[in-house]
Design a protein around this ligand. Structure first.
Ligand code: ASP
Length: 350
């Protein structure tokens, strides 16, 4: 009888081990943010982002080991207001290395929400593999009442482990919605429903351990793009200048004289520039600086030849990218060309 029990226990143990070995392998690359933030009390908002190490983030998610075989790596530990080109290049390099050496089936990146949309778009354009890469974070620190981090991390791992997530570009999962990394925009400063796709919709939903897609990303991503930054130690310098009623051209002039390669204007309405900024933009373009007209308006496209004749002015338009995302594409575009027409083409394709 004792022998029989031992055999049954052994078979059960082996079945569990085999089942675990069949689970997809997911690596979590942690960069900091509120998801790794801690505060002095659960009932007050004050906290510091980027405190907990990746092991603690994983340990806080019950059942995550039943979704995938998980391991974690700490890439950085910053509030994403301090996200930098240096960290982007490091992330990009590690992701491409992981997939090249088949070290994981998918990757989850934990990231602060402030600049998560920028990192998502940057990776969408520069990761060279089709395997799922999913960003997530949280709006509440780990110590808060109803912290949203563990649920978002569980969902992101579920999305990264799903075979349906392959070939969809880099994704951003938040509050049970799955967004195209290009479309996702932070739309609330404090609410847990922190992201939306203002010019479109979420691609799908993750709920109760299930991933459902409704849409495909409209634009090309990953190796369908020409932006291979392997070997680059830095990127062209591009700044964003926001306009307002009666805005002087000081911002544009300062960046143009400060060694920047490109400027994105967060213009008025359909990317409009007032007279002072039109003159500053003409001066910048004369110096060989690429200028892209985006808009401070949260939805819609900036269109060519509407109130502004872009051929005459020498500008390009951001299409439906917001200024911070237009900056990413202009930085990457400038690694390839300075030709205005070719740069413009990138904005209509990616
Ligand atoms: N400032 C934080 C960050 O971006 C906010 C957050 O993560 O929600 O890191």
């Amino acid at each position: 009888m004792k022998k029989l029990l031992l055999i049954v226990a052994g078979v059960l143990f082996m079945t569990v081990c085999l089942a675990q070995n069949n689970l997809p392998k997911i690596i979590i690359l942690a960069t900091g943010g509120t998801i790794a933030g801690t505060g002095a009390s659960a009932d007050r908002a004050a906290y510091t982002a980027g405190e907990l190490p990746v092991g603690d983030l994983i340990a806080a998610v019950p059942g995550i080991d039943k979704v995938a075989r998980i391991s974690g790596e700490q890439i950085a530990n910053v509030g994403s207001q301090n996200m930098s080109v240096e960290i982007w290049i490091k992330l990009n390099k590690r992701i491409n290395e992981i997939f090249k050496n088949k070290l994981a089936d998918g990757i989850v990146i934990t990231h602060g929400t402030d600049t998560q949309e920028e990192t998502a778009y940057f990776l969408n354009l520069t990761v060279r593999y089709d395997n799922p890469v999913v960003l997530t974070g949280s709006m509440r620190p780990s110590t808060a009442i109803s912290a949203d981090g563990p649920k978002n991390l569980y969902d992101a791992v579920t999305v990264a482990a799903s075979p349906y997530s392959k070939g969809r570009g880099v994704l951003l999962t938040f509050n049970e919605s799955i967004f195209d990394g290009r479309d996702a925009v932070k739309t609330s400063t404090t609410k847990v429903n922190g992201f939306a796709a203002p010019n479109g919709a979420p691609l799908g939903q993750v709920y109760d351990g299930r991933v459902i897609y409704y849409l495909k990303a409209a634009r090309k991503a990953n190796k369908e793009t020409p932006f291979d930054i392997t070997g680059l130690a830095t990127l062209p310098k591009v700044a964003v200048v926001e306009l307002f009623a009666d805005a002087p051209g000081i911002g544009v002039d300062a960046y143009a004289n400060g060694g920047f390669d490109g400027i994105v204007t967060a213009g008025l309405g359909n990317g409009n520039l007032n007279d002072a900024n039109t003159e500053a933009v003409i001066r910048a373009i004369k110096k060989g600086i690429a200028v892209c007209r985006a808009s401070r308006v949260p939805t819609g496209r900036v269109t060519q030849f509407d109130e502004t004749d872009d051929d005459k002015l020498g500008t390009i338009v951001s299409d439906d990218l917001n200024p911070q995302k237009a900056r990413i594409l202009l930085m990457l575009g400038l690694t390839k060309t300075k030709d205005r027409k070719k740069l413009q083409e990138f904005f209509f394709q990616y």
